[in-house]
Design a protein around this ligand. Structure first.
Ligand code: AHG
Ligand code: MN
Ligand code: MN
Ligand code: MN
Length: 335
């Protein structure tokens, strides 16, 4: 069958051979994410027609106003992963603590944990701008048969088994890696099937797009301010183009295709950065590295940071390798 007609379902089965001792559990897990993504996509697409826009009036553990779609997407992913008995635990941006999941027989026999940002960029929902879902999958480290523990979730990004995102954009795409490159699948909404549309995705080594919330400029570290000045200089192929959607998934997706750098640095307003290490930065870092890109905190590799808490925040510099290197060069002047 030509690549043009390969479905995500077929691709998952074909690629099971990469996992020597595979029980098919990871394939089932990715299939369940595919299913939940389709349900969320359906709701996101009709958001203006049904009563699902706006805030719920609650604050999540992050201190953010939860949007109705944050809660909806979280419920769908939690239910799908729980009911289908696929994983032993889930941690979510929208849950205070991780959730342990029992297997059918009342034991704790599943081997994977999932960390998830159910709806990324949720402030964009009300204005019909692209949002996403981000997921990260690990083997548990505690013994099978016992309830999952915090340490199963606090693993370095280098230990990820798979990671990916869904972008609910002009078309809906699921992009993921199991450590063998990055592949993108586009949903045909008429028949509800994802097709391989972007095989072997790759960041160009260089680019001319920089993505940062420049409204925070006065609060940025001097290294970032200097790098932004560099981006705006009239030298060589600069000034670069500034593009910032405010949905990490969408900003990353564009930069991967076109070449660019995404920066969410520390600021005096967010002294540890804003993005969450476990369910935003690590999965995006794994995808970036699998796609010829780089992800650091401005000084060191994101995936080597040892997590200390579930909702930990880190600065995030991610994208085309030469652009991240330039940004790091400016950061290094202010160690
Ligand atoms: P979330 O909607 O999951 O809370 O994530 C929001 C994140 C990310 O998607 C985006 O890049 C960033 O926050 C935008 O932050 P600012 O509005 O501070 O620029
Ligand atoms: Mn949020
Ligand atoms: Mn997010
Ligand atoms: Mn979110």
């Amino acid at each position: 069958m030509s690549q043009k007609h390969t479905t995500l379902g077929e691709f998952i089965i074909d690629n099971q051979k990469h996992f020597q001792y595979s029980s098919g559990e990871l394939s089932r897990l990715i299939n369940s994410i595919r299913l939940a993504a389709k349900v969320v996509n359906h709701e996101v697409n009709k958001a203006g027609l049904v009563d699902i826009l706006g805030a719920v009036g609650e604050t999540n553990i992050q201190g953010e106003d939860q949007q109705k779609l944050d809660v909806y997407a979280n419920d769908i992913f939690m239910q799908t992963l729980t009911n289908r008995q696929i994983v032993c635990g889930v941690a979510s941006e929208e849950e205070d603590d991780f959730v342990a999941i029992e297997s059918n027989n009342g034991g704790h026999n599943n081997k994977y944990v999932v960390l998830i940002d159910p709806l990324d960029g949720s402030s964009n929902v009300d204005v019909n701008v692209s949002v996403g879902t981000i997921f990260s999958i690990y083997h548990r480290v505690t013994p099978i048969g016992t309830p999952v523990q915090l340490e199963d979730f606090l693993q370095e990004g280098t230990k990820q088994v798979a990671a990916g995102y869904v972008v609910y954009g002009t078309s809906t795409m699921l992009v993921y890696t199991t450590g063998h490159g990055v592949n993108g699948f586009t949903l045909n909404p008429a028949i509800g099937t994802f097709y391989l549309s972007h095989p072997n995705m790759s960041f160009p080594d260089d680019g001319n797009i920089y993505s940062i919330n420049e409204g925070n400029y006065v609060h940025f570290p001097q290294g970032v301010k200097d790098y932004l000045k560099f981006c705006q200089e009239e030298v060589d192929n600069r000034p670069y183009t500034s593009r910032y959607i405010g949905s990490l998934v969408s900003d990353f997706h564009r930069n991967m295709i076109k070449g660019g750098v995404y920066l969410y640095p520390t600021s005096s307003k967010a002294p540890k950065g804003k993005l969450r290490l476990l369910y935003e930065c690590n999965p995006m870092a794994f995808l970036a590295e699998q796609a010829n890109g780089v992800a650091t905190d401005g000084y060191k590799r994101i995936m080597e940071i040892k997590p200390t808490e579930l909702h930990q925040r880190v600065p995030f510099f991610c994208g085309s390798k030469n652009m991240v290197a330039d940004a790091e060069g400016f950061m290094a002047m202010y160690p």
